[in-house]
Ligand binder design. Structure first.
Ligand code: UN1
Length: 507
């Protein structure tokens, strides 16, 4: 394989793979372009189109990296994360700018994305000194017992484009804190962000082989990563369909697999809610990031006493949102990420209008205004009089589309919120503390907000969902350490004789 020397430090996002501490092209020499969704004539960069052979090389490099890294004391691994936080902080503006150009989220949100990665590095840097196990008493005399966390090996990270720095950070920082090595495949819609993130880690001093990067497409290199026998853990964020295929493949090679998938999140607004607050929450939750968050508010469950008023005010406020160039700070949101997403959103608008028979009360169209016609911009879209079983109220759309559903009571609101196959985020707006706590107890979701929108999870709390949203794991928080480490129980017998557990002591 022709190998280029490592790139200069000032190169923000090298257009190469990163394997064993070197920036290299794909073995087959193939490439693919990353285009700006705000103007597809603009190419952000050209990245390696990797194959199974590249994955093999990256896994081999990761195994070598792992052999040394696992022996570095956890607090020192934490220091490395502190160094990563510093470099990310220094590059925040450049990274945010690149992100807005590459995947289209507005600059202010791109800064938030990079900040989430910085927060993550800071948090897990501290966890390096809290890599605790437990000590306990043996049932036998002169015997010591404890449990310790151990690294696992090579972890494959398959990340989405919608949080192209934050989500890789959620996955990679805790994994390497636990002493593992990583092969990271960014989404094909955000390769530049993936490369820039890995470059920051390299420049922070992460040793060679510990973090490896393979660019390309799911079918060509993602599948190979999942199938590789030396990869012990797969962490995936994306659609439930792909997640299910990954879980099946991981089952065959008995890999641990952590899946973070779809959502159909709802905000409940009860009749006693502060409507101004609920309105701001709905606007941000439904249309922030053009609705392209797995936590986005794609349903509004509204008490019948306030539905008409709330929808009227939402139409007015959403109608005033500015959509356009994500680098222009006056705009509220930018384009959808690609043509496929645009078509998906258009298809769901048709389904909502025709098949479902819901009432389209705002938007519903691609924006073709002058200057925006080369991008995938879409109007803020609201459906009213939606019934809970309609497809637009059941299936994930991933765009600036929300569906208003009327309910008669708190109990019905809970039932409607729970009546979908997903369970990631949920929100309830009420001034009644009793109903707030009942919602916390009864809503089937991994996250519940009281008087706040469905988006905006913080890195030191567990993140994930129930039902088809996940497979029982949680990212972020200290809970993610259970994905990236193995527990070992240790017994030290200092009696100098054979002691038989369950036999020498009987109750
Ligand atoms: C995602 O969309 O996959 O809670 C993650 C939020 C963000 C993370 C979203 N902090 O909205």
């Amino acid at each position: 394989m022709a190998r280029k020397a490592s790139t200069a430090k000032q190169d923000l996002a090298p257009e190469l793979n990163f394997i064993g501490g070197r920036w290299v092209p794909a073995g087959g020499g193939e490439t693919f372009p990353s285009r700006s969704p705000a103007d597809t004539r603009k190419v952000v960069g050209t990245f390696p189109r990797s194959s199974a052979a590249d994955v093999k090389a990256a896994v081999a490099a990761a195994q070598q990296g792992f052999a040394k890294w696992r022996l570095v004391p956890a607090p020192q691994r934490g220091w490395m994360l502190a160094a990563c936080a510093k470099v990310l902080r220094e590059r925040k503006e450049e990274l945010s700018n690149l992100m807005s150009r590459e995947m289209g989220k507005p600059l202010v949100e791109a800064r938030g994305d990079v900040q989430e990665a910085i927060d993550c590095a800071d948090y897990y840097a501290g966890e390096g000194r809290r890599w605790f196990g437990e000590t306990t008493h043996s049932e036998l005399p002169d015997k010591f017992a404890m449990s310790i966390r151990c690294p696992i090996g090579v972890c494959g990270m398959i990340a989405p484009w919608n949080f192209p720095v934050a989500i890789p950070a959620w996955k990679i920082f805790p994994a390497i804190l636990c002493g593992n090595a990583v092969v990271f495949k960014p989404a094909e819609d955000s390769p530049a962000c993936g490369a820039a993130f890995v470059k920051a880690l390299e420049d922070a001093g992460v040793p060679e082989g510990v973090v490896n990067l393979v660019q390309g497409f799911g079918e060509e290199c993602g599948v190979a990563l999942v199938a590789h026998p030396d990869v012990r853990v797969i962490s995936f964020t994306g659609s439930s369909e792909t997640g299910s295929q990954i879980a099946t493949a991981c089952g065959k090679t008995l890999k641990r697999c952590s899946l973070e998938m779809g959502g159909k999140n709802a905000q409940i607004v009860l009749e006693d809610a502060d409507l101004d607050l609920a309105l701001e929450g709905a606007l941000w939750g439904a249309f922030g990031t053009a609705g392209q968050r797995c936590t986005a508010t794609s349903r509004l469950i509204l008490h019948k006493k306030i539905r008409k008023e709330f929808v009227k005010r939402l139409i007015k406020a959403a109608g005033q949102l500015k959509i356009g160039d994500p680098l222009d700070e006056k705009n509220h949101y930018g384009p959808l990420v690609n043509e496929q997403q645009l078509k998906r959103v258009q298809r769901y608008v048709e389904i909502g209008r025709k098949d479902d028979g819901a009432k389209l009360v705002l938007g519903g169209k691609r924006i073709m205004a002058k200057g925006l016609e080369h991008g995938y911009f879409f109007e803020p879209t609201i459906f009213d009089e939606v019934k809970p079983n309609m497809r637009i109220a059941q299936e994930e759309i991933f765009g600036p589309v929300t569906a208003a559903i009327e309910v008669k009571s708190f109990e019905e609101a809970v039932e409607v919120l729970n009546g979908v196959p997903y369970g990631l985020s949920s929100a309830v707006y009420t001034r009644d503390v009793n109903r707030a706590f009942r919602a916390i107890r009864d809503l089937q979701a991994g996250i519940t907000y009281v008087n706040g929108p469905t988006i905006g999870a913080e890195v030191h709390l567990p993140f994930g969902g129930v039902k088809n949203t996940g497979n029982g794991h949680r990212e972020a928080g200290k809970q993610v350490l259970d994905i990236f480490s193995e527990w070992k129980s240790v017994y030290v017998d200092y009696s100098g004789r054979l002691q038989k557990a369950q036999i020498d002591v009987s109750g």
